[in-house]
Design a protein around this ligand. Structure first.
Ligand SMILES: [Zn+2]
Length: 79
């Protein structure tokens, strides 16, 4: 995988490719986008490309952290 989290958790590329292929089969992607899939008891996050390739993958732990961060309310800057 060219991109993704840098921790030791790994998932076979074939599993990720199959999950993305399933996504594309359900709804063809008009642009590169993130997709989630369950493997080894956790929810992984992958970044799929329109041509069927996968650019990177995040392990369940980093996927959760990413989600946490993005849902944080924006903090106002004190003047
Ligand atoms: Zn990770």
């Amino acid at each position: 995988m060219a991109d993704g989290c840098s921790c030791q958790a790994t998932v076979p590329a074939s599993v990720v490719a199959a999950a993305w292929a399933q996504e594309l089969g359900r709804a063809p992607a008009r642009e590169d986008r993130f997709f989630t899939f369950v493997w080894d008891g956790g929810q992984w996050l992958g970044y799929g490309l329109r041509d069927g390739g996968v650019r990177g993958v995040y392990c369940p732990e980093h996927n959760a952290r990413r989600t946490e961060r993005s849902s944080e309310p924006s903090v106002g800057v004190s003047s």
